[in-house]
Design a protein around this ligand. Structure first.
Ligand code: NAD
Length: 259
């Protein structure tokens, strides 16, 4: 049944398409980082199987019960600091180096694209390594929260308001500049590579549709078909992001060196 609904592709075909288009914009989700040991949200062993997101990841929950939500932050965000980029992050950084990746738009908050060497990274949902006072906006770090340097839950010594990780919780606005840039990049893209997202979190989930409407080819990498596969994807590469991206990168670099 599925096989009739989307075009299962291979890395040779996609490598040719990327070289033909000459440039791509990449959209990543939590699935690009699972091979770095960071669980995603919605897979069978994802975070929402353990936690109810309405109690831990909304701005209302944080204001209602900061002790409970900061307990979750410490457990989930703490390990992000020591996580290392995997083969998928590294392949994307290499493809940016040779001029084929124009930008990486990410829903992730783990800083792994930057750690891998990607330069043009648009963070839609913030970066968990940074934190900010909710009152005076003074910058802090994840370290400050983890070490309980300003108490638990952490409170800004200047204005006595909560210090919150610099991540977008459900119920909060996305950073204006990031979403504006992401929309423009999507509308201008010739090819969008969508990796490891379930396509269920708006407005990021709308970007592939925006790109497609503007004429881009949509290539998707995921371990399983998603809502995007059915509605928008032109080339679906099924499997783990790290394995597929390193194979794809190798084929592209071989073509470039031969050509
Ligand atoms: P999601 O959990 O809804 O979906 C993850 C997707 O990745 C699924 O479709 C799954 O099939 C796929 N996937 C899992 N492992 C994969 C792999 N090895 N290779 C290829 N695909 C794989 O995540 P989402 O769509 O990004 O949206 C949810 C929100 O999760 C985002 O807002 C993001 O901020 C947040 N989040 C971020 C991190 C992180 O920073 N690493 C981790 C968890 C959640």
């Amino acid at each position: 049944m599925w096989m009739n609904l989307f075009n299962l592709s291979d890395t040779t075909e996609v490598a040719k398409k990327i070289l033909q288009r000459g440039e791509m914009v990449v959209l990543t989700g939590a699935g690009v980082s699972t091979e770095s040991g960071i669980p995603d949200f919605r897979s069978p062993d994802g975070i929402w199987n353990k936690y109810d997101f309405t109690e831990f990841a909304t701005i209302d929950a944080l204001l209602r019960n900061p002790v409970k939500v900061f307990g979750f932050f410490k457990e989930f965000l703490g390990p992000l600091k020591s996580a290392a980029p995997n083969k998928a992050h590294k392949a994307l950084a290499r493809l940016e180096e040779v001029g084929l990746v124009k930008a990486v738009i990410t829903q992730n908050i783990d800083n792994l694209h930057q750690k891998a060497g990607s330069k043009n990274v648009i963070e839609l949902h913030g970066n968990a390594l940074n934190a900010r006072c909710m009152g005076c906006h003074k910058p802090y770090t994840l370290d400050d929260i983890e070490n309980e340097r300003y108490g638990f839950p952490p409170v800004c010594p200047d204005c006595k308001k909560l210090i919150k990780p610099d991540v977008v919780l459900f119920g909060e606005r996305l950073p204006d500049a990031a979403i504006k840039t992401a929309c423009q990049l999507s509308m201008d893209s010739k090819l969008m590579l969508v990796i490891g997202t379930s396509g269920t979190v708006a407005p990021a989930s709308g970007l592939p549709h925006l790109a497609k409407k503007a004429g881009a080819d949509i290539v998707e990498i995921n371990v399983e078909p998603t809502i995007i596969t059915k509605t928008t994807t032109d080339f679906f590469l099924q499997g783990k992001a790290g394995e597929i991206m390193s194979e794809l990168c190798e084929k592209i670099l071989n073509e470039i060196s031969v050509g």
